[in-house]
Design a protein around this ligand. Structure first.
Ligand code: SAH
Length: 286
């Protein structure tokens, strides 16, 4: 078979089970299978596939038909300006999370602190910590996670970008493994509540780590803990930045205000116009 035919055929099969990005997924998987760029298919639609190549591609399509996310099949995901290794032990980093990276960089740029200290709680693949470390040469970054397997992936990702000496990875529960104070604490913690968890798309619910998603009955468990624990680890006038679910803004603002630790509380929307990041400044007193 030739590329053009095999892509049309596999797109149809993926569409038939309801996969929304069928054509793109087929192209990405074929490019991965042939170790080439997707552009090759436009330049060369008549390219002939060997039987071995066809069989290997079919195996990838079969995995996608069972809703396995493309990033787990290929083992990689683009984030910020780089490509991260991902596997079933880490959440696949989402484009929305680039908003919190932008906010961290914005604060860091305005800061006059030499050797700015930044903490990423629940680092997963290392996405936020690595993006920040790659952009701010003078930053020292710490990143924590409760999952040793996720930390292994994050460490490998840092090494592949030669950032391992700039990021101190720590294993443990939220801020428990952390000592010292920071200029910025950022986190994209689990934030899916019990009802929403049941309603997640199959590809997410069946494949992504539950401990990266599930956050107790209300979905707010981690925010509450982080908001209180971070107060002890922020410099005066330091910033806490939290990625939030689109419907959680009110509840999280309430927790922040009730804590009495923060002022200058602001919300930033993502590029779809949904509430995505809350940032707040540690008060000088309180
Ligand atoms: N920051 C990454 C991953 C977000 S998923 C990204 O934006 O892509 C949330 C992460 O929090 C997961 O890696 C999960 O293992 C971690 N996590 C869950 N409970 C935790 C806890 N109690 N302490 C620290 N990390 C935790």
């Amino acid at each position: 078979m030739i590329v053009h035919e095999i892509l049309n055929e596999s797109t149809k099969v993926l569409e038939a089970v309801g996969i929304p990005s069928a054509r793109l997924d087929a192209e990405v998987l074929l490019a991965f299978c042939l170790s080439c760029d997707r552009l090759e298919f436009f330049k060369n639609p008549e390219m002939q596939l060997s039987l071995t190549q066809q069989a290997a591609f079919q195996k990838l399509i079969d995995r996608r038909l069972r809703w396995e996310p493309v990033a787990y099949i290929t083992g990689r995901k683009n984030f910020w300006t780089f490509t991260l290794e991902v596997n079933k032990d880490v959440l696949i980093p989402r484009p929305d999370t680039e908003v919190i990276v932008e906010e961290v960089l914005d604060i860091a740029k305005k800061s006059e602190v030499a050797g700015i200290k930044i903490l990423d709680i629940g680092t997963g693949s290392g996405a936020i910590a690595i993006a920040v470390a790659s952009e701010i040469p003078h930053a020292s970054v710490m990143a924590t996670d409760i999952s040793p397997a996720a930390l292994e992936v994050a460490r490998r990702n840092a090494e592949s970008m030669e950032l391992q000496n700039k990021i101190d990875f720590r294993h443990g529960d939220l801020l428990e493994p952390v000592e010292g104070v920071f200029d910025i604490i950022a986190s994209n913690p689990p934030y899916i509540g019990a009802v929403e968890y049941k309603e997640l798309p199959e590809g997410v619910r069946l494949f992504e780590p539950r401990e990266a998603l599930f956050a107790g009955k209300s979905g707010l468990e981690f925010y509450e803990k982080i908001i209180y624990q971070a107060a002890d680890h922020l410099k005066k006038n330091g910033w806490l930045l939290l990625e939030i679910g689109a419907t959680q803004q009110k509840d999280i603002l309430r927790i922040m205000e009730n804590s009495g630790f923060y002022d200058n509380i602001e919300m930033r929307r993502d590029y779809a116009g949904l509430p995505r990041v809350i940032k707040a400044r540690r008060k000088v007193s309180g």
